[in-house]
Design a protein around this ligand. Structure first.
Ligand SMILES: [Ca+2]
Ligand SMILES: [Ca+2]
Ligand SMILES: [Ca+2]
Length: 361
């Protein structure tokens, strides 16, 4: 999974760059931030970013300018009764007065004042929100929504500026549509890596059930290419699903399991963050000849009992999900490496993997 680190660090860097603490003002000073810092939407979908003030005291008036990419993001009007496109006003300024409230041409501009009879605001609350529709044809990318630092003003009822502890920008991520999974799956003790099954369950969002599933089989080199179904395909009930849904995060997920007879199954959550997601290289570990999920003494006992069994060559390991295409006889049931005999090589593989258990449901 090392290959994922590049993507993660890029995202983290983007998020961290969006956070601007002003240490001189002290830790107790108020923060102004877009929440969430990263919303996800595909072309045609909407993403709502709220603007929150945290830990303020004596707030009467707020002013800010922020920028967005108007080629990719189209603000949705929160006030159809007023000319132009406006931001939605949050509870902190409900009933107040806004001398400036506009979202156009890549600029959000808000100047807002509390209703005088309400007095100043203390604490944490939502000051405004902006909903963007992602334009058709917007390319997959992270589109920042950034405060103009010089424009940020928090004022008390006397018009005096309040110290600002910092601010955090937001962003809208337009993810690529994943069309396929690919990868390279090998097995111990053989050079023919054909017929490992790769079963993928596709989850549209955190907390959901899988909307589709698909299976591919590796070729003799161990490579596989698994197209993502274009229509929902409910998984058959006999296929076990993981406890709980996918990890939370700004993307769709696949739960991938790798299976081959006499080998430990492996399972992974894979974020669908590329057009073709490469799950990388995995090696299945042999030895679970009784298919109870672990390599242990029961497997060793069975291999020893079958020791010396030998079939005609060529042979195939029977496996219905990825059937053999060539001719030959079925390999003995304790043949781990598929060389048509049960011997010291099979025993060695099981002994080396002694104690390993699958991470699959
Ligand atoms: Ca309007
Ligand atoms: Ca076992
Ligand atoms: Ca063997």
């Amino acid at each position: 999974m090392l290959r994922r680190i590049g993507w993660w660090s890029t995202l983290w860097a983007a998020v961290l760059l969006g956070l601007h603490p002003l240490t001189a003002a002290g830790a107790s000073s108020p923060m102004l931030s877009f929440q969430p810092d990263l919303a996800v939407a595909r072309p045609g979908e909407t993403a709502r970013l709220e603007i929150w003030v945290e830990g303020v005291s004596g707030l009467d008036r707020l002013e800010f300018v922020a920028s967005y990419d108007p080629g990719a993001l189209e603000p949705v009007d929160a006030d159809p009764g007023r000319d132009g496109v406006q931001l939605e006003i949050g509870p902190v300024f409900e009933g107040g007065y806004s001398p400036a409230n506009s979202a156009a041409d890549g600029v959000l501009h808000l100047v807002i004042q509390r209703f005088p009879g309400d007095g100043p605001f203390d604490g944490t609350g939502m000051v405004a929100a902006i909903t963007f529709r992602v334009r058709e044809g917007a390319l997959p990318a992270v589109y920042p929504v950034s405060f103009d630092p010089g424009s940020l003003q928090l004022l008390d009822p006397d018009g005096e500026p309040l110290p600002l502890g910092g601010w955090a920008d937001g962003a809208v991520r337009v993810p690529p549509v994943t069309i396929a999974l690919a990868g390279w799956i090998t097995r111990e003790g053989t050079s023919n890596y054909a017929r490992t099954s790769v079963t993928a369950f596709f989850y549209p969002y955190a907390g959901s059930l899988p909307s589709a599933w698909a299976r591919a089989c590796t070729d003799s080199s161990g490579n596989f290419y698994l197209p993502v179904p274009e229509e929902p395909v409910p998984p058959p009930p006999e296929l076990p699903l993981p406890d709980g849904g996918p990890p939370s995060g700004p993307y769709e997920w696949a739960y991938v399991r790798l299976d081959f007879p006499n080998h430990g199954s492996e399972c992974y959550w894979i974020p669908l963050d590329e057009e073709v997601v490469d799950i990388g290289w995995h090696t299945l570990e042999g030895g679970d000849v009784n298919a109870d999920g672990c390599v242990n003494i029961y497997d060793i006992v069975r291999i020893i009992a079958d020791f010396g069994e030998e079939g005609a060559s060529p042979c195939f390991v029977p496996y219905t999900p990825c059937p053999a295409t060539g001719v030959g006889e079925a390999a003995p049931s304790s043949d781990i490496n598929g060389d048509c005999r049960v011997n010291i090589f099979d025993l060695t593989i099981a002994a080396e993997n002694f104690g390993l258990c699958t991470n699959c449901p």
